[in-house]
Design a protein around this ligand. Structure first.
Ligand code: FAD
Length: 254
């Protein structure tokens, strides 16, 4: 069983309406964290189940995570103030697999799916594509720009940057420049598009799934999704076997 840690909230910032950037003191989690892993966080109050939130960044002593208010759990979490303690289990799950032969990496993130990709962008050389609904939802552009080889930002409604779904911008770039690995996290339609782009071109693709989950440690099976992989009884657990999978390992339903 993974240990839970009582972590002091050191910094809190609202980076867009309803999106909160938290930094907590968590040296043990920071020391063990790999790109793409997540935290399971007690939100407090009457919310019994922990909520999964990705690790956005770490340094020696701290862990940073960014979340959007979606329902009661994240609403309560957003009420925490610097100095408050937050009970956090982690790091959990399997993150992105990094291989030295990857020279032309592409990172594609959509909406809240950009957060788990930041630590990855800092750790590898990549061309990054970030998609948001509209200009007022664009976050972390400057930070990704400082970390990545190139950054293309797009909005679905065309109010900022590339106009349209960001997978389209990535597809054009890949066809002009090539790619030997794609990393992606975002809403299901985006992941489906990225899976198709990668598989049509024979490019390996690792996707991070943000499935609803219960226990976070593989016991309750709430977060299972279909897999074509042999020997797994047709199912994988996003929390324990993932959240990162090769696109060919999962069936993206829904
Ligand atoms: C591995 C993983 C990493 C995640 N990382 C982040 C992150 O870095 N930042 C972030 O903002 N969110 C992240 N999420 C999503 C986050 O966990 C949910 O938004 C949160 O649990 C909602 O809890 P709630 O109590 O506020 O809302 P609830 O009342 O539980 O749900 C409110 C609404 O959000 C929807 N919802 C709940 N959980 C999810 C989910 N997992 N995916 C999509 N929709 C959901 C529900 O269907 C409902 O419509 C991640 C999820 C997973 C599984």
């Amino acid at each position: 069983m993974k240990k839970a840690h009582n972590c002091k909230l050191l910094a809190k910032r609202e980076i867009a309406h309803g999106i909160f950037d938290f930094t907590v003191e968590a040296p043990e989690i920071a020391a063990a964290a790999q790109c793409g892993q997540f935290l399971h966080i007690e939100c407090g109050g009457d919310v019994f189940l922990r909520r999964p939130i990705s690790i956005c960044d770490t340094d020696d002593n701290t862990v940073r995570f960014i979340f959007e208010i979606k329902g009661h759990g994240t609403e309560l979490l957003a009420e925490k103030e610097p100095g408050d303690m937050i009970n956090i289990m982690g790091p959990l799950g399997h993150g992105f697999e990094l291989k030295p032969e990857y020279k032309k990496a592409i990172i594609i993130g959509g909406g809240i799916g950009v957060f788990p990709l930041y630590k990855l962008a800092k750790n590898i050389e990549a061309d990054v594509f970030l998609g948001f609904r509209s200009k007022d939802r664009v976050v972390m552009e400057d930070e990704f720009s400082a970390a990545a080889r190139s950054v293309t930002v797009g909005t679905d409604d065309g109010s900022y940057g590339y106009a349209g779904y960001i997978a389209g911008a990535a597809e054009e770039f890949i066809d002009n420049n090539g790619a030997d690995i794609i990393f992606a996290c975002g809403p299901l339609p985006m992941l489906k598009a990225v899976k198709n782009i990668a598989e049509a071109r024979g490019i390996p693709c690792q996707i991070s799934m943000e499935q609803r989950m219960g226990c976070g440690i593989g016991a309750c099976l709430v977060c299972t999704c279909e897999t074509g992989k042999e020997g797994m009884d047709g199912q994988v657990r996003v929390c324990k076997d993932g959240p990162v999978f090769y696109s060919t390992e999962v069936t993206l339903n829904g």
